[in-house]
Design a protein around this ligand. Structure first.
Ligand SMILES: NC(=O)c1ccc[n+]([C@@H]2O[C@H](COP(=O)([O-])OP(=O)(O)OC[C@H]3O[C@@H](n4cnc5c(N)ncnc54)[C@H](OP(=O)(O)O)[C@@H]3O)[C@@H](O)[C@H]2O)c1
Length: 311
């Protein structure tokens, strides 16, 4: 049972998801949170991870550390993506087991489901079809992490759970020109339209592809909720269960960032649309009593403010 003084090791506390989990744990009054920067504890180093866990003996571990990126970097740096993710998660999961840690939350991702999945995507669709080629190295590593959690639960009776978040956004996101995900990239582009006083916003494809997004504080709440929940499944989708077109998101962000000016959206039809629809079936999480609660408009506003502060 999770208590306010339970020792929790949060791996990846400086990232988009990790920093939101840290904020949420502190807000909820958890007092015994441990974390380490990469320079102190490189999670790809097995010996260091084992020593750290044996010395600190946390009761719970949240794995929000990973090598993460958008299509471009996933496709270009496949070697780094597969190696670093396999090492980080294997070191943490195996050393956790050796150190007697019974409870882990491991973050998977909706993008490890098959490319042409039936929609909405149920947990049972994992490994039921071919993966998206551009991120298959990342996906294979993540799937190995999921299977590792399941296998340890099976053989050793541990309680290792994998949450599968949909596209996530919020403070501390990555807005890099080449490495960012679609939603922070949209915020960056629209901010550029504003600061350069442009009249048009150019988008890839016809804008009709549908995507689901979730605010990072909802993911953080889900981690704490499921850390404290006895459940029999080890894979749980975390999303809003609602999807909107890229065009809808662009219009909403335009309204928030450039409220008093009419900006024309130009669709670059020479560029791909991507998968027509990607949305998670979140009925399992709902059955356990969890659902997302953040208002999209408020979340975008908070995210944009933090983007401006980080510049
Ligand atoms: N972002 C999304 O849309 C999304 C959606 C679904 C699932 N997820 C999952 O959520 C998790 C976190 O993603 P994120 O978006 O928060 O990523 P992120 O912002 O890139 O954060 C990753 C964190 O991991 C740390 N890290 C990476 N390699 C490390 C190493 N070798 N040793 C120590 N620390 C290391 C990074 O530390 P540094 O600060 O030193 O780099 C950073 O704090 C991932 O498992 C991802 O698959 C994310």
């Amino acid at each position: 049972m999770l208590k306010k003084n339970s020792k929790i090791f949060l791996a990846g506390h400086g990232g988009l998801v990790g920093s939101a989990i840290l904020r949420q744990l502190k807000k909820k009054g958890f007092k015994n949170i441990i974390f380490a920067t990469r320079s102190k504890l490189d999670l790809t180093n097995q010996q260091k991870v084992t020593n750290f866990l044996k010395k600190n003996r946390p009761k719970f571990i949240i794995i929000a550390a990973a090598k993460v990126g958008g299509i471009y970097s996933n496709n270009k740096y496949k070697g780094e993506f597969i190696y670093e993710n396999l090492m980080i998660q294997s070191n943490l999961i195996h050393s956790a087991y050796l150190s007697g840690v019974k409870n882990i939350i491991f973050l998977g991702s909706s993008c490890v489901y098959p490319r042409l999945c039936k929609q909405p995507i149920k947990e049972s669709y994992l490994l039921q079809g071919d993966l998206e080629k551009t991120n298959d190295a990342y996906a294979i590593a993540k799937i190995a992490g999921i299977k590792m959690c399941e296998s340890y639960n099976n053989q050793y009776g541990t309680n290792y759970k994998c949450l599968m978040p949909t596209n996530t956004f919020g403070p501390n996101d990555n807005y890099h020109e080449l490495n960012s995900h679609f939603f922070p990239a949209l915020i960056r582009k629209i901010h550029k339209v504003k600061t350069q006083n442009k009249k048009n916003l150019s988008l890839w494809g016809n804008g009709l592809a549908k995507r689901e997004i979730i605010y990072v504080d909802d993911i953080a709440r889900a981690c704490i909720f499921f850390m404290n929940k006895k459940i029999k499944e080890s894979v749980i989708n975390i999303g809003t269960g609602k999807d909107y077109t890229i065009k809808d998101y662009a219009k909403l962000i335009l309204k928030i960032i450039i409220p008093n000016k009419k900006i024309k959206i130009i669709y670059d039809l020479s560029k791909p649309n991507g998968t027509p629809r990607k949305v998670l079936d979140v009925s399992l999480a709902k059955r356990y009593g969890w659902k997302s609660k953040t208002n999209l408009k408020d979340a975008i506003l908070k995210t944009y403010k933090s983007y401006l502060n980080s510049k």
